[in-house]
Design a protein around this ligand. Structure first.
Ligand SMILES: Nc1ncnc2c1ncn2[C@@H]1O[C@H](COP(=O)(O)OP(=O)(O)OP(=O)(O)O)[C@@H](O)[C@H]1O
Ligand SMILES: [Mg+2]
Length: 149
């Protein structure tokens, strides 16, 4: 079976230091991988390149055999790449629901008015919370949650 995702010869420099040196990684559909290495080995950097947070200095990324250009996180998201970051990067003063829907808020129709459908933001969030058996008000600011929550 061909690789669903392929990262080929990815090289990345930070401040003149070679962090990734022709790093290759591929995943077939349905596979689950663990990327293992010592602290500072470059695991997060490789994944951030895949997500579009960083652009590689060399190398290429292919999805379903087609070369893709992921230069901003939105490109990665559009290709179905979701990343859960090691460091929690949330807007602590915003609510749970606002964090979940940040930058992809559902809009009221007509869409051209670009009015956010807050009822949907909160009702959808309530569904997610129920799915994970979390009994927390989606209006709760993220700063008052525990790490686990
Ligand atoms: N934005 C950055 N600017 C400069 N150097 C960076 C940056 N991000 C990471 N580095 C450096 O790149 C190297 C690889 O870091 P990275 O976070 O990818 O490692 P890691 O394998 O995820 O480590 P850990 O196991 O600690 O999570 C480290 O030396 C780190 O200090
Ligand atoms: Mg890391």
């Amino acid at each position: 079976m061909y690789s669903f995702l392929e990262m080929r010869n990815i090289t990345k420099f930070f401040n003149g230091n070679k962090i990734l040196d022709k790093c290759s990684f591929s995943v077939k559909q349905g596979e689950v991988h663990a990327l293992v290495g010592e602290n500072g080995a470059g695991k997060s950097t490789l994944m951030k390149i895949l997500a579009g947070l960083y652009t590689p200095d060399e190398g290429e990324i292919l999805i379903n055999g087609k070369k893709v250009s992921i230069t901003i996180p939105k490109h990665g998201q559009n290709l179905g790449i979701a990343m859960i970051y090691q460091e929690v990067r949330l807007f602590s003063d915003l609510s749970i629901a606002e964090n979940i829907f940040i930058n992809r808020e559902p809009l009221k129709s007509p869409k051209f008015l670009r009015l956010i459908d807050w009822d949907r933001v909160y009702s959808e969030t309530r569904k997610y919370m129920k799915h994970f058996s979390l009994d927390i008000n989606p209006h709760t600011p993220v700063k008052s949650l525990s790490a686990g929550q």
